[in-house]
Design a protein around this ligand. Structure first.
Ligand SMILES: Cc1cc2nc3c(=O)[nH]c(=O)nc-3n(C[C@H](O)[C@H](O)[C@H](O)COP(=O)(O)OP(=O)(O)OC[C@H]3O[C@@H](n4cnc5c(N)ncnc54)[C@H](O)[C@@H]3O)c2cc1C
Length: 435
């Protein structure tokens, strides 16, 4: 099979990682994206004439694939203008502070834990011993283990200040159900090799400009075609081609990468794909549960007085606040994030925004009432990264169909890095299969 003309269905980070890989290999790529803006679950939205994102995102130094792709589409030196990189710092003023010093790994983590503010001496010793035991086990555990069981017996103050927030931020799943294997994979990627891997990278540009849009330009420059606001309604794989159903017409390609969200896969394969690999993938995604993430944007008329652009909150109701003014955004613009299905998720948007405003004004009493507030709730932000969950792998699910998407990466939980890794893997599998 020679796959010269390849359709990529889904213009999120996974779809564009696949498209860039295929275009680099000389394939004629057509990307179909149902929405008018590229980026999927990581995209630009407009709020009160200000460009924000559908959700505040954090990247890690360990996101090797995503960073490599950003360099490919923007050029080598662009990373520093696009991303604010700083050493890991978890700071809840007056309660807890942990920051990694400029030392080689794993010393940087040991010193950070040793000097963490807000913990007793016994808390710090117990945490250092626990991390050491995780390293001894090479960050491996029984796949059925939950994060809750993994951290059982750790000091309550450490669970509250460190393990629970890290698990929510990384897996968007409560510790009681979250997969310890995926959690340990994130810890291993962040703390297992180089100190820079645990750096926090906060976008200085919107998430569509960070990768999907320059990736679209990269693909177009190599003869590709980007079709926005075009929904593919079905796909049928034949021995010699794939047929895409679009509205009332059909288009033929040599092969396709399916890079839609897990809950969108069934619709795409509704023509009854009979390959056992495709059937297994459909059965597996049917068992997924999903977790929401809410981001509230609040514009104040005066600057926020945060020490760092990202600060932990007390959870009543916001969990993290980001100062977009420190990230090349408008001065006084706060982005407040709440992960997973908490009671606050079920409040009306206006009540939730007011409650977050009150929370921020407890933190900084000098703030006046915001000039505008916008709550964006992503109900299916990520699949729930539950312990023991069976998931499809990226790659061929039928002779001419390759699967990508954040939910297919075996190593990372549902993140930008999982998405880009899966897209590259799906494209490579297709290139290998097509010779
Ligand atoms: C609010 C929020 C906060 C997050 N925070 C972080 C974070 O801090 N760090 C991090 O690393 N990750 C974070 N994530 C997760 C990250 O955004 C996702 O893991 C990643 O964007 C998923 O990319 P994807 O390409 O696999 O899927 P998607 O982004 O869902 O892309 C799928 C695309 O396919 C399109 N599509 C679907 N069906 C069709 C069809 N039939 N025809 C044409 N197009 C179709 C969709 O419109 C969509 O654009 C967050 C997610 C959300 C929602």
């Amino acid at each position: 099979m020679i796959a010269n003309r390849v359709a990529v269905i889904g213009g999120g980070y996974a779809g564009f990682a696949a498209a860039v890989t295929l275009a680099t290999a000389g394939r004629a790529v057509t990307v179909f994206e149902a929405a008018g803006t590229l980026g999927g679950r990581a995209r630009r939205v407009e709020a009160y004439s200000v460009m924000v994102d559908n959700g505040q995102h954090i990247l890690l130094g360990a996101y090797a694939q995503t960073l490599a792709l950003i360099r490919t589409v923007h050029g080598a030196g662009a990373e520093h203008e696009l991303l604010d990189r700083r050493p890991l710092c978890l700071n809840e003023p007056g309660v807890f502070r942990l920051s990694t010093p400029a030392l080689p790994a794993p010393l940087h983590l040991a010193v950070a834990l040793l000097f963490a503010r807000g913990w007793s001496w016994a808390d710090r010793q117990a945490t250092i011993a626990f991390v050491r035991s995780l390293r001894r086990e090479r960050f491996h555990c029984d796949p059925a283990l939950t994060v809750g069981t993994l951290i059982d017996g750790q000091p309550a103050a450490v669970i509250r200040a460190l393990w629970e927030p890290l698990c929510l931020a990384a897996l968007n799943t409560p510790v009681a159900a979250a997969s310890a294997t995926l959690f340990l994979n994130v810890l291993a990627a962040s703390f297992g090799a180089h100190a820079r891997d645990s750096d926090l990278l906060l976008p200085r540009v919107d998430l569509s400009s960070l990768f999907p849009e320059p990736a679209a330009a990269y693909v177009a420059d190599r003869g590709g075609d980007i079709r926005k606001s075009v929904m593919v309604n079905g796909i049928a794989a034949r021995p010699d081609r794939v047929i895409l159903r679009i509205g009332y017409s059909e288009e033929e390609f040599d092969a396709a990468v399916l890079a839609v969200g897990p809950h969108q896969l069934t619709h795409l394969l509704s023509n009854g794909e009979r390959d056992p690999r495709a059937i297994l993938a459909l059965v597996q995604v049917a068992a997924f549960a999903y977790e929401p993430i809410v981001t509230a944007y609040l514009q104040y008329s005066t600057p926020l007085e945060l020490e760092d652009p990202m600060q932990k909150l007390d959870g009543a109701p916001g969990q993290w606040v980001f100062d977009r003014g420190q990230l090349d955004g408008p001065s006084g613009l706060a982005a407040v994030v709440i992960s997973t299905d908490l009671p606050s998720m079920h409040m009306g948007h206006s009540a939730l925004a007011q409650s977050i405003d009150a929370q921020l004004r407890r933190l900084q009493p000098s703030l006046q009432a915001p000039t505008w507030m916008q709550v964006i709730a992503e109900r299916r932000a990520t699949y729930a990264c539950i312990a023991g969950l069976a998931r499809p792998a990226p790659g061929m699910i039928a002779p001419r169909l390759s699967l990508a998407g954040d939910y297919t990466d075996p190593r990372f939980p549902a993140t930008l890095e999982a998405a880009t890794r899966s897209g590259v893997a799906a494209a490579q599998a297709l290139l290998q299969a097509s010779g």
